[in-house]
Design a protein around this ligand. Structure first.
Ligand SMILES: [Fe+2]
Length: 322
């Protein structure tokens, strides 16, 4: 699907709430860990409130997310992968996010299973997209499935805002010709919010994944760069076959105890996938002026070419002229 999601990792030890609170206190509106600025205190003498603003008001968490994405993907586009420092910076912002930050609750209509018992539709709430990154939220009713698909050349950050979700993901084992290809399982686990954001990369971290909602789920995704047909980043869907179901010359993988780590993936059309777009109604993102260019156009005066206006007689109620 053109709008994607990713992997998460359970937080152990300290509770997520505690961690979220600690982290949210440590980051500013651009997602910079304040601790990392300890050597720049002279430059950062401005009050925190002023630093955390975009339009003179205190920045919302979703605004902070957008601001951070702009920094992290400033040089983004085809082939771009953020530095590990920038990955941590964005992860820190996402880790702190809660359903309230985007105005989401499990009671919203997007999470109701269909009364006729059919395939539950997935809803996508679009927050922002440019050629460098996109931000959106997938809403999955219970039993909703986003089938196995890839993210070519992308870095994807995913944060489960609420709910429990089974995630299975793969990475290609080796460079192989098109057709049925061997992939290694990266993740095969149920994750329950609150849990940490996770990240997949072009060739690691579970670049191909499948989501199955165990309960109502909302997943916030940041894709950098987004899918783009002109740039060759198409979304491809796959069907998986057990490793032992096909004969292979890759006998070095065939040891009994390792076979379950692998599967064969075959490209398929996206059958039975229904994704409905809906308007995001949470806290607004104030776009930077450079990102508002699409709202404007230049108008040039021209002669009224090709305009034909035909006169015809008015036959409605008469007007009495006094
Ligand atoms: Fe995805």
């Amino acid at each position: 699907m053109r709008v994607e999601s990713g992997l998460v990792d359970n937080q152990k030890g300290q509770t997520e709430k505690e961690i979220g609170e600690l982290k949210s206190e440590r980051i500013d509106s651009d997602g910079v860990d304040k601790g990392s600025r300890k050597n720049n205190r002279r430059r950062d003498k401005k009050p925190l409130m002023a630093a955390a603003t975009t339009t003179g008001m205190e920045a919302s968490v979703v605004q902070m997310l957008y601001n951070t994405c702009r920094k992290v993907f400033a040089r983004g586009g085809a082939g771009f992968i953020p530095s590990s420092k920038d990955v941590q910076r964005l992860q820190l912002v996402l880790d702190s996010m809660k359903p309230d930050d985007v105005g989401m609750t499990p009671e919203m209509p997007y999470f109701k299973a269909p009364e006729n018992g059919g395939v539950p539709p997935i809803t996508y709430l679009h927050l922002y997209e440019c050629n460098k990154f996109s931000i959106g939220i997938f809403c999955l009713p219970p039993s909703g499935v986003i089938p196995l698909h890839n993210h070519p050349g992308m870095t994807v950050f995913s944060k489960i805002l609420f709910g429990s979700m089974h995630i299975k993901s793969y990475d290609w084992e080796t460079a192989q010709p098109p057709g049925i290809r061997l992939a290694k399982i990266n993740t095969d686990t149920v994750f329950t919010a609150p849990c940490k954001t996770s990240i997949l990369y072009p060739s690691s971290g579970g670049n191909m994944h499948c989501f199955t909602a165990m309960t109502s789920c909302a997943v916030l995704d940041v894709l950098g760069p987004p899918y783009s047909d002109p740039e060759g980043r198409h979304c491809t869907y796959y069907k998986e076959f057990p490793y032992c179901s096909a004969s292979s010359s890759s006998s070095e993988l065939a040891s009994e105890d390792r076979r379950e780590e692998y599967a064969w993936l075959e490209e398929i059309p996206p059958e039975n996938l229904v994704v409905v777009g809906a308007q995001y109604r949470g806290p607004k993102i104030v776009l930077a002026s450079e990102d508002r260019r699409e709202e404007y156009a230049w108008l040039e005066e021209i002669p009224p070419e090709n305009l034909v206006v035909v006169g015809a007689q008015y036959r409605g109620p008469k007007i009495v002229v006094k």
